[in-house]
Write a protein that binds this ligand. Structure first.
Ligand SMILES: NC(=O)c1ccc[n+]([C@@H]2O[C@H](COP(=O)([O-])OP(=O)(O)OC[C@H]3O[C@@H](n4cnc5c(N)ncnc54)[C@H](O)[C@@H]3O)[C@@H](O)[C@H]2O)c1
Length: 249
């Protein structure tokens, strides 16, 4: 069954790629958006979709992207960057760059694609992060940018309520992707982490994609303005992590 048209940003790898695969298997025709042309084309080919190269930190590139879209049922704002940066060294320029990709690009895409989404009573799914709720030291503008994205999700749900479009966010915890591989390479650290995590394992991109699929589908027809933490319980496990730290891991 053809479900309609979906556009997924940052779909060349990691969580975005899994979302593209899941929405394609749900029956959507998927536009794979990424700044990396090679990976975007591979994924588009795999899902029988379309690749569009766009650097989402560039508002004129976003303008070009939206003019190429004719019909849209599902917009997934997944692309995000998390460059490490101690707060004391964070420049306004680097702060703005993270905000551009993680929060401003989702806003611009939503604004410009809203008429098309409204025509189909569509759904916008923003990929936020557990870091929107808990401070992530060393990640610079990342937590503020994801908090902004969560706030934007709620604001859109209310301010664009008459559009017929639903707006929700999925907030992953720790997910193994190409982007996080460098932080998860040590097996001893990983097993200590998993031992304290309520669901006992780091997330997979598919764990996130399945929930995005739910928010895209009519099964979530009465949900808007919500954030679902898909984090294996990580964001609620302060006490077990504290105890592990006190006991020396
Ligand atoms: N992996 C995790 O543990 C985790 C946890 C919480 C939230 N998230 C969020 O999930 C999303 C995906 O994370 P991931 O781990 O799959 O990341 P990743 O780094 O593996 O993949 C991100 C993709 O986005 C693309 N991208 C980055 N900047 C772009 C830009 N300016 N324009 C266009 N494309 C761009 C990259 O080319 C890449 O294909 C991000 O928003 C991230 O913040 C991830």
């Amino acid at each position: 069954m053809v479900m309609g048209e979906a556009l997924v940003t940052g779909a060349g790898q990691g969580i975005g790629r899994a979302i593209a695969h899941r929405l394609a298997s749900d029956g959507y025709s998927v536009t794979v958006v990424d700044r990396d042309e090679t990976t975007a084309k591979v994924v588009a080919n795999d899902v029988d979709g379309r690749a569009t190269v766009c650097d989402l930190s560039d508002s004129s590139a976003i303008e070009e992207l939206v003019t190429s879209v004719r019909k849209l049922d599902v917009l997934v704002n997944n692309a995000g960057i998390f460059p490490p940066s101690p707060l004391k060294d964070l420049t306004a320029e680097r702060f703005r760059h993270v905000m551009d990709v993680n929060a401003i690009a989702p806003l611009l895409l939503t604004q410009r694609l809203l008429p098309l989404l409204s025509d189909t009573n569509g759904s916008v799914v923003n990929v936020a992060s557990m870091a929107s709720k808990v401070a992530m030291p060393g990640a610079g503008a990342y937590s503020p940018s994801k908090a902004a994205l969560v706030s934007l999700t709620k604001l859109c749900a209310v301010e664009f309520s008459h559009s017929g479009v639903r707006f929700n966010a999925v907030a992953p915890g720790g997910v193994l992707t190409e982007g996080t591989a460098q932080y998860t390479a040590d097996p001893d650290r990983e097993s200590r982490f998993n031992a304290v995590l309520p669901l006992g394992r780091r997330g997979s991109p598919e764990d996130i994609a399945d929930v995005v699929s739910f928010f895209a589908s009519p099964d979530s027809r009465y949900i808007t303005g919500q954030v679902l933490y898909v984090d294996g319980g990580l964001s609620e496990a302060t006490i077990p992590f504290l105890r592990a730290a006190q006991d020396g891991g």
